[in-house]
Design a protein. Structure first.
Lengths: 442, 189, 319
């Protein structure tokens, strides 16, 4: 384990920012100190050179939706192992959801998570505060205290559960206007999804698994965008999963309602027929849906109706996944594979909309999430003077997914055994490499 | 990859006329040894044994002047080699209503070879009832017994090599009556 | 032959007819003084019942014992499972015991599939009912019963019309029957209130109807499914009385069934709810016979699945 001296300089040779022409980049004092033509800067003893030939440089990825499981479920993941996974996936900032144990519904818990992130040092951790006390959906949590805390919370979510009470959702949307906060809704009407196991459709009918109908998501989103319009606030919709939801959000944006939306990588690729065989690695909330939904989500991400990709990284222990479907926990690992899946599904794929280019990928995975998360140092242009938060990726490489190689104890990746495109080669956080040559630096 | 050589179909050991004569002779032997076939019940082992049993029962019946109970006894589940091969489909078992208790059961099979099939049949009969006696009638006895089993009525004694097999065709299922000796093709190295 | 029987879809037409033909041979066993066949001697069959079901368990137990297998019964109550042992650990225990076949009934759809997945157990898995997914041996005994009465016990069910009535949404018997009857060439009509059909039923090889009266005159066989009164508390129907009035097979409706038509029920019956008393005891009700046929069919399934060589055994030369 190498000790990285403060003030170390890095010279990256031949990197291609957002896929543009190759340049050399000098990294010094937490910033991009210089960008020049290749070869213009000579080497020197106190500058570490990195050969970045043919590597694409993207602003460090920002995840608006991650589950770090600490405090409470350290057997599945810790802040440290989760952030390590994030860095390996090219992320420099993650938002940690509040459904921990204890729930992150006070300044004390969010500050604890924030500090754990700083200690680990792999990426910036921005805790998400719960909307309601204990996620119980009955009483507002102290949103103001969390906003004022050292963690400076701006995104609030009961994710895992839906803020289903219309009156309470209205109050939450109104209250956060005071500090430029955003309510991020996990849209799931509880009465329509009691005991639900997978998407309600042809596959669930044959498999005899309780269905989770698309309308249970769409009805809540429709209500929430209208509430948002009525009270003049901001809404973020977590993990959009259905074609109908994309439609509703598109029409809301046409009416200039301040709504943003995210889609997970797995909802861009995987469909509900994977449940055949009853392997709970494919059990997730919201569930995998149909091919038509996948296509609509890709279109929505391409045309900007869906603003960002967020992983909803959800680690689980073997006991919680190696069992019968009903008894299994919902969720999939997502941080290490996110970029690869986005590249596979959105860049020049044979099906679906015309592909995104690297600039658009940077927008959906870094620039827009940083903006929604109100993070001033992330999602910045790769330009002189900007904070050195970026990742270098090899667009032509492929790799086979084996969760045993991921940090942390959890193994629940739905891509196990699949070959995916694009490898993260290096990640820099404020000028310090967290990952070099695909390896964690400490 | 080594291809199995084709089987060499050898001489006809019994043609339709031969088979007829054999069946008639066996039927008379049965009447003689049971002193009139009063308590005889004929059970054939599927598939060909059952067909032959019906032919024999008809002849015995004609000679004795009454209907002789005839049926079939599938022995698949009594075989001693069940666990050595993939599961075998069952043949049809049909025991006449008169049953086997106190009767003379005449088992009929096409070929007698190692004797294991007959051993299985004896076990099967044992679970059905207690006959007065069990006799065995076969069309061909090809030798190579592995158990102390012998037939009471034999159509033809036919010495064979282990690499040969006796193939019987019967009109009811093959369109013709014919028994041939076949040398099984060897796999060439 | 297939290795596991997890779903009726595991059987193609040939396999299904083979099971029925084999069951017919097994059925002759009941006329013998010694009701035992040695086919599964030395094999171990484990009944792994996580849900209470005396009748199905006894049926499988009788089937295994008539084939001379050793039977081990494992029921959830009072076992390590009720103390929190996972399905996986239970499976590893069975593996260590050397179970040749595990007959499993579980409350979760897909539990048999987990058991049959690599690294769990080596033996054959027979699904005796998993959640609301399937109950393949029930469908087989239903088909066997229908074939005996309407096709003289031979062949398949081509051209026969079967009407299945009841809680299709929650019924594993319905799902298995729809698959198997279709495989055997029968035409299936499903009747229930709209709330008791799953979304996606329109893709099934069956006609969907909300009206029982119109589905009876064309039925060669009518299969009534058990409907739980408690479903009315989740608003699947307003009251037991209304359900029974609109979807129960009473005397008036029995008269609409053709003269040759038979009535089946997987049991246990809710007399007065989905089926009238006198209908249950009618001449053309084959409900009691279904139980006896269940043993023969389960003997056939066990024999065909594990009566031959173990997967790891070398195939020896035979004389």
């Amino acid at each position: 384990m190498s000790v990285i001296a403060v003030g170390t300089q890095y010279l990256l040779r031949g990197a291609r920012p957002l896929g543009a022409e190759p340049v050399d980049m000098l990294i010094r004092d937490e910033r991009i100190a210089d960008i020049t033509e290749p070869g213009a800067i000579g080497g020197s003893d106190d500058v570490i050179e990195i050969d970045a030939t043919d590597l694409i440089a993207l602003p460090g990825l920002v995840d608006l939706h991650t589950h770090l499981r600490e405090p409470g479920r350290e057997d599945a993941e810790t802040v440290k192992t989760g952030c390590a996974a994030a860095a390996l996936g090219g992320f420099t900032a993650v938002h940690a959801m509040a459904n921990t144990d204890p729930v992150a519904d006070t300044a004390g818990v969010v500050e604890q998570v924030f500090r754990l992130g700083q200690e680990a040092g792999y990426c910036d951790v921005h805790p998400v505060g719960a909307v309601t006390v204990g996620l119980a959906g009955k009483q507002l949590a102290e949103l103001g205290a969390m906003a004022d805390s050292a963690a400076r919370v701006r995104i609030f979510s009961d994710d895992g559960k839906c803020v289903h009470d219309a009156q309470l959702m209205r109050r939450a949307l109104e209250y956060v206007k005071a500090f430029d906060g955003v309510i991020a809704q996990h849209a799931q009407e509880p009465r329509l999804t009691e005991g639900a196991q997978m998407n309600e459709g042809a596959v669930s009918a044959v498999l005899g698994l309780q269905g989770w109908p698309a309308v249970a998501e769409e009805a809540i989103i429709a209500r929430d965008v209208l509430l948002t319009e009525h009270v003049g606030s901001q809404l973020h919709v977590c993990h959009v999963s259905t074609a109908g939801s994309v439609d509703i959000i598109r029409r809301a944006k046409e009416r200039n309602i301040a709504v943003t939306a995210e889609v997970t990588p797995h909802h861009l690729l995987l469909t509900d027929d994977l449940a055949t065989g009853y392997d709970p690695v494919f059990k997730v909330n919201p569930p995998l849906r149909t091919k038509a939904d996948v296509m609509a989500l890709r279109e929505g991400l391409a045309d900007g109706t869906i603003d960002i990709v967020a992983t909803d990284h959800a680690p689980h222990t073997a006991e919680d996944k190696d069992c019968e479907w009903d008894a299994a926990a919902f969720g999939m690992l997502g941080l290490p594979t996110a970029l690869s899946v986005v590249v596979q599904t959105m860049m020049g794929s044979n099906e679906g909309p015309a592909g995104l280019d690297w600039a658009a990928v940077a927008d959906r995975l870094s620039i827009a999430p940083a903006r929604i998360g109100r993070l001033p140092d992330h999602g910045r242009p790769i330009a002189v003077g900007e904070p050195a938060n970026f990742t270098l990726i090899d667009p032509g490489a492929t790799w086979v997914v084996d969760p045993k190689n991921f940090p942390g104890p959890s193994r629940n990746s739905p891509y196990t055994g699949r070959t995916l495109p694009t490898k993260v080669v290096a990640t820099f956080l404020r000028g310090v490499p967290t990952v070099l040559d695909g390896q964690l630096q400490w | 990859m080594a291809e199995p050589a084709p089987d060499v179909v050898g001489p006809i050991v019994l043609d339709a006329d031969d088979l007829n004569r054999v069946l008639t002779r066996i039927s008379h032997e049965i009447i003689e040894s049971s002193k009139g076939a009063d308590d005889v019940i004929i059970l054939g082992i599927p598939t060909r044994g059952a067909i032959l049993a019906r032919r024999i029962a008809k002849r015995v019946g004609e000679a004795a002047g009454r209907t002789i109970p005839v049926g079939s006894l599938d022995v698949t589940m009594y075989r001693d080699d069940l666990s050595m091969r993939p599961t075998r489909a069952l043949g049809h078992t049909d025991i006449p209503a008169s049953g086997v208790d106190g009767r003379t059961v005449v088992l009929v099979d096409d070929v007698l070879f190692s004797g294991r099939t007959v051993r299985a049949a004896l076990d099967a009969i044992n679970d059905i009832g207690r006959p007065k006696a069990v006799r065995l009638a076969v069309i061909v006895d090809r030798g190579h017994r592995e158990l102390p089993i012998r037939a009471d009525h034999v159509g033809k004694n036919l010495p064979t090599h282990l690499g040969e097999s006796v193939r019987m065709k019967l009109t009811e299922i093959d369109g013709v009556d014919e028994i041939v000796l076949v040398r099984e093709g060897e796999v060439q190295a | 032959m297939i290795k596991h029987l997890l779903s009726a879809t595991d059987l193609n037409r040939e396999d299904a007819v083979l099971v029925l033909d084999t069951a017919a041979e097994m059925a002759t066993l009941t006329n013998r003084s010694v009701k035992k066949l040695p086919a599964l001697r030395g094999r171990t069959v484990v009944n792994l019942f996580f849900e209470d079901s005396t009748r199905t368990r006894i049926s499988f137990e009788a089937a295994a014992k008539r084939l001379s297998a050793d039977v081990i019964n494992f029921s959830a109550k009072g076992s390590s499972v009720s103390k929190g042992e996972t399905l996986k650990d239970t499976a590893l225990t069975l593996q260590a015991m050397g179970a040749d076949a595990v007959v499993i009934r579980h409350g979760s759809s897909g539990a048999p599939h987990r058991l049959a997945s690599p690294g769990w157990i080596d033996g054959a898995v027979v699904n005796a009912g998993d959640g609301t997914h399937e109950h393949p041996t029930q469908a087989l005994l239903d088909a066997y019963t229908i074939r005996r009465h309407l096709r003289n016990g031979h062949g398949d069910l081509s051209g026969l019309r079967v009407t299945i009535v009841g809680d299709v949404l929650h019924s594993r018997v319905a799902r298995s029957n729809v698959h198997l009857l279709d495989t055997l060439g029968a035409k299936v009509t499903l009747v229930a209130p709209p709330t008791l059909f799953p979304v996606g039923v329109q893709d099934w090889p069956a006609t969907v109807s909300y009206d029982l009266d119109s589905a009876l005159p064309d039925a060669d066989a009518v299969m009534m499914l058990r409907v739980q009164r408690e479903r009315m508390n989740a608003a699947f129907f307003p009251s037991a009385r209304e359900y029974s009035r609109r979807y129960g097979l009473d005397d008036r409706r029995m008269a609409l069934v053709p003269d040759h038509g038979i009535v089946l029920h997987p049991g246990p019956m809710n007399r007065g709810m989905e089926i009238g008393d006198s209908v249950a005891d009618h001449d053309r009700s084959v409900i009691v016979e279904q139980v006896a046929n269940g043993v023969s069919v389960r003997m056939a399934v066990l024999y065909l699945l594990i009566g031959g060589a173990r997967p790891d055994q070398p195939v020896a030369e035979l004389t």
